[in-house]
Ligand binder design. Sequence first.
Ligand SMILES: Nc1nc2c(ncn2[C@@H]2O[C@H](COP(=O)(O)OP(=O)(O)O)[C@@H](O)[C@H]2O)c(=O)[nH]1
Ligand SMILES: [Mg+2]
Length: 230
Amino acid sequence: MNTYRVLEIKKTVFSGNDERAQKLRADLEQRGVFLLNLMSSPGSGKTTTLMKTIGALKDRFRIGVMEADIDSDVDASTIATSGVKVIQLHTGGMCHLDAEMTRQGLDSLATEDLDIVFLENVGNLICTAEYDTGAALNVMILSVPEGDDKPLKYPVMFQRVDAILINKIDALPLFDFNLERFKKYIGELNPKAQIFPISAKTGEGVEAWTTWLTSEIHAWKAIHTTGKGE
Ligand SMILES: Nc1nc2c(ncn2[C@@H]2O[C@H](COP(=O)(O)OP(=O)(O)O)[C@@H](O)[C@H]2O)c(=O)[nH]1
Ligand SMILES: [Mg+2]
């Protein structure tokens, strides 16, 4: 099993997060490192979904993971079992990562030998949505037990993401989650968002997600990469 380091992130004292995020995005494009920012409420299945996604992509891409948490190392220790490079970021009470904190994490992870970095953001649907991390792709997970009305309660999050994973579809028979109603809300808020119903537990639907993600990474690399990659 891989070991992992823990980085105590320094709180950002700078203003101008959007400019910093644009700068970081441009740096990552130049370095050929595709950063994916994964957001959700606590317990929706970010770590479990990352494990399945890593399993599908690790033969094709060199993957690194940054696990952000207020204090614990539980997730980094889980991800380390997959064999990819992982770092635990402690936010010291902050409920999100901004671009400068993300840069600190990437510097500590060291990305020279990586094609993709997955950032598991701190678990919540509010402040994580409000800070651009500099990622190439923003993805969120909504799990079935949370209910199909969450786009009405947290519209900023659902508006800002490129893709939405509806996780825990194995539990659909137990809940009144209505996928068609959910799609209607998203059609109004963010019609360009891709929606993937999955079960990170059983693996159902995961292939459609990883196939789409792979094509997004290839399209991004075709534009930005200079000789790095598969
Ligand atoms: N039934 C079911 N449970 C899941 C699924 N994905 C994750 N879980 C469980 O949900 C809990 C939280 O998952 P985790 O990946 O740690 O969520 P995170 O806090 O968003 O990283 C764990 O007990 C997982 O085993 C799923 O697709 N179906
Ligand atoms: Mg987690």
